[in-house]
Design a protein around this ligand. Structure first.
Ligand code: ATP
Ligand code: MG
Length: 768
């Protein structure tokens, strides 16, 4: 098999082909999004193998995310057909370094069975060291030290090679603590993430024989997303390819989005210096996106001063403009996107139906995901979260649901096992085994087995007392649940509080704890939509069950960072609001540099889209239970108007309700308390003001369309008859901010959000 039969080369343009066919020596491919860099890189791997230049294990290809690595592997596999004799070394820097380090661990004082610490463990360890050194960890939090040490590792600095200028870090104690930390890790036979590269660079630098072995072994080195390599990664690559110099790097300076993790665009420039005879390939034709999408992305990235600068073009014609839409709040945004996705599935605006697999929602911050997950769960739209667990798969949610399951169904042994010692109740393995044995012997559920063990005095000490309290609590919750004495939402809160579960996370000092508490609140919020705990659990159970079919079509939700290198026919970019995107933190911490990185992130987001790209923002967002008004992102102002179509929101109240509001004049929906509050919010007024300040002649952007002509509306009052789409008719018994307590004729007492309720007299107008 020679290049002779190489049909895969026919799919390339001349520049790509040149890059693919230049098999020896350094190659740098620097080009914009969607120009086929990854395609060229993958084809190059296939060509290396096909021409017999290298055997699969002689090729090392590095990329940035596991997902990108998997896709590359699939692409190579497909191109190779069945004749491929195995696949090359293909993975992330970290994945490859783990493999190498296991072989050479002893060279850095580790055993090959070393463990990799997660960030929780890392912080705990650092905290111990900080305390031992007598440093006030309130003024000098361990997390800050972790950040400093990571930064040093990203630059490949060991404690003994730290430049003198770094000595002042962390109240002059940085270098000392760094050294202690590294020693402690070795004692524990452990590494952190940064160590994987740091150790390998160190090994290559110190052990010529090892380096020489790998230089011979990996005859060809290829790197995708090169713009995001940090110094340690760069050194590692340069060492590996230093002999034969067969290294091919592809990247795009406009997509460098990991500066905060030490990535340096300067590595691109350094490459040309370190490999002076490198063949530089530039690609300018974009094969991914429609002209409008491409122009919109170009308009945004033009705002950056620090860029090499390049023009992209596409042979494609026509297509949709980038779509921009403003919403009342984050929930409305999620609802609208769900409906749009369904419409696209059916085929909308004269377009062929799209598969959910071809749609992605790219968010700036992972906390934005929950609104979508909630919405999709309630309308039954299958989705996947890339780069993190889905909401109902998160640890704290599974724990909480195990409590609920146990209350609804005391025989649920799996749930019992999960929570009996979470939070810690002093029940170790032995105690739990005793309960298991007892239950098995008597053919009883674990709950009852536990009671029998206690009665037989089979347990003593704190464990016995705590277990008895747990069982008593369980019984009480079960009684409350069965008698519906308290509403299920309240009961859920009660369970989480009284079990000590909430408190466990309140006392937890790990960086994840706050997020977990937020998720628990979100879980309780989700319960509001159900009749009782049972109904909720069934709903979630069905969803999780349905999910087993991996072949099912799903819409993807991920962060912009995780979307690098990917492409989708339809992309939604929600939450374009100043402070959220660009992120306030990034601007505060890194000023203009931070803002430019955020702008590159916007560029990455838009350029993921092939046919439809929808940017949206919300006027209000609920953050930690408080309404916050938002200003549209400054990046929205940078979108070139000629390539943007502004969509009108479907009635401010969105979704099904919108039609009612439009068709029948003002409905009672508009009288909800929460919305009245928001109407008067400063953010909304600022948005109106900005819309009216637009120079004459300039087409109104979204803000023009977003101006509300509404009157300030009155609140609901206690005693009023109302209608709720799920619970039917009822009477208001209490009003509390945006929540109403209502005794429904059929469903009993519930707390509901005011916006989901209309006055009974107006309910007939609404086509539920
Ligand atoms: P990014 O910067 O986003 O990583 P990229 O430069 O790596 O983008 P690819 O993902 O390789 O771009 O390619 C983008 C799309 O264009 C893919 O669908 C790919 O199959 C297609 N493509 C690339 N080159 C060609 C070509 N010569 N002819 C037709 N389609 C192409
Ligand atoms: Mg790519």
């Amino acid at each position: 098999m020679a290049a002779r039969g190489a049909p895969y080369l026919d799919d390339l343009n001349p520049a790509q082909r040149a890059a693919v066919e230049t098999l020896d020596g350094p190659v740098l491919m620097l080009a914009g999004a969607g120009t086929g860099k990854t395609k060229a890189l993958t084809t190059r791997i296939v060509h290396l193998l096909n021409t017999g230049r290298a055997r699969p294990n002689e090729v090392l290809a590095v990329t940035f995310t596991n997902k990108a690595a998997r896709e590359m592997r699939e692409r190579v596999g497909r191109l190779m057909g069945t004749s491929g004799e195995g696949l090359p070394w293909l993975g992330t820097f970290h994945a490859i370094c783990v493999k190498l380090l296991r072989r050479h661990a002893e060279l850095v004082g580790l055993k090959s069975s070393f463990t990799i610490l997660d960030s929780d463990d890392q912080l705990r360890l650092l905290k111990q060291l900080v305390q031992a050194a007598g440093i006030d960890d309130k003024r000098w939090p361990a997390r800050m030290l972790a950040g400093i040490i990571d930064g040093w590792k990203n630059r490949a600095w060991l404690p003994e090679t730290l430049p003198a200028a770094e000595a002042g870090a962390y109240n002059d104690m940085g270098p000392v603590l760094y050294a202690q930390y590294q020693t402690r890790l070795k004692e524990l036979n452990a590494v952190d993430f940064g160590d994987l590269l740091l150790h390998m660079v160190h090994i290559f630098q110190q052990h010529e024989d090892v380096l020489a072995q790998y230089q011979r072994w990996f005859k060809y080195v290829l790197v995708d997303e090169y713009q995001d390599t940090n110094v340690a990664q760069y050194l590692w690559l340069r060492l590996l390819a230093g002999g034969h110099k067969n290294i091919c790097c592809v990247g795009d300076d406009d997509q460098s989005i990991y500066g905060w993790r030490g990535a340096e665009v300067g590595n691109i420039l350094r490459f040309e210096k370190d490999f002076p005879d490198a063949k530089i390939v530039r690609l300018e034709q974009n094969y991914r996106s429609t002209p409008h999408i491409l122009a919109a992305a170009a308009g945004v990235i033009a705002g950056n001063e620090n860029r090499l600068g390049k023009e992209l073009w596409t042979a494609e014609e026509g297509g949709e403009k980038l779509r921009l839409i403003g919403h009342w709040d984050g929930e409305e945004e999620a609802r609208w996107i769900g409906e749009e996705a369904e419409a696209m599935q059916r085929g909308t605006r004269g377009m062929a139906p799209l598969s959910l697999n071809g749609m992605a929602i790219l968010v700036r911050a992972s906390h934005q995901m929950r609104a979508f997950e909630d919405r999709f769960l309630s309308i039954g739209m299958p989705y996947r979260v890339i780069g993190g667990p889905r909401f109902y798969e998160r640890l704290e949610i599974r724990d909480a649901m195990a409590y609920f399951r146990l209350v609804v169904s005391p025989q649920d042994d799996l749930a019992f096992e999960r929570v009996v010692n979470t939070p810690k109740r002093g029940l170790g393995d032995k105690a739990r085994q005793k309960i298991q044995r007892e239950a098995r012997a008597q053919f009883l559920p674990l709950v009852e087995g536990a009671q029998m063990v206690l009665e037989a005095k089979g347990l003593g000490g704190k464990g016995a007392v705590e277990l008895q309290r747990f069982l008593d609590n369980l019984r009480r919750w079960q009684r409350l649940e069965a008698s519906a004495e308290v509403g299920h939402v309240e009961l859920a809160e009660m369970i989480l509080d009284e079990s000590g579960y909430t408190e466990m996370w309140q006392n937890d000092k790990s960086p994840e704890a706050a997020g977990r508490l937020e998720n628990l609140k979100e879980l309780v919020k989700a319960l509001e939509q159900f009749e009782n705990l049972q109904g909720f659990l069934e709903h979630v159970g069905l969803i999780m069950d349905n999910d087993k079919g991996e072949s099912e079509e799903k819409i993807s939700i991920m962060t912009l960072h995780a979307a690098k290198g990917l492409e989708f026919p339809a992309v939604f970019l929600p939450g374009w609001e100043d402070g959220l995107f660009p992120s306030q933190r990034s601007m505060d911490e890194s000023g203009t540099k931070g803002l430019e990185e955020e702008r590159r992130l916007a560029y990455v987001g838009i350029t993921r889209a092939e046919q439809i790209c929808t940017v949206s923002f919300a006027g209000n967002r609920r953050v930690y239970g408080q309404w916050q008004s938002q200003l549209p992102s400054r990046f929205i102002d940078e979108l070139p108007e000629a390539h943007v179509e502004v969509l009108t929101p479907p009635g401010l109240y969105g979704g099904n309700f919108g039609a009612a509001a439009q068709g029948h004049g003002r409905s009672g929906l508009e009288q909800a308390v929460s919305e009245a509050d928001v109407y008067n919010s400063p953010g909304w007024r600022r948005m109106q003001a900005r819309a009216s300040q637009r120079p004459a002649g300039q087409p109104a952007s979204s803000r023009g369309n977003m101006v509300i002509e509404g009157t300030v509306v009155s609140a609901f009052a206690v005693g009023e008859r109302v209608f709720h789409s799920k619970f039917g008719y009822g009477e208001i018994t209490a009003v509390e901010a945006d929540k109403l307590a209502i005794v429904f004729d059929k469903a009993g007492e519930k707390k509901v959000v005011a916006r989901f309720v209309v006055r009974a007299s107006e309910a007939d107008n609404i086509p539920f």
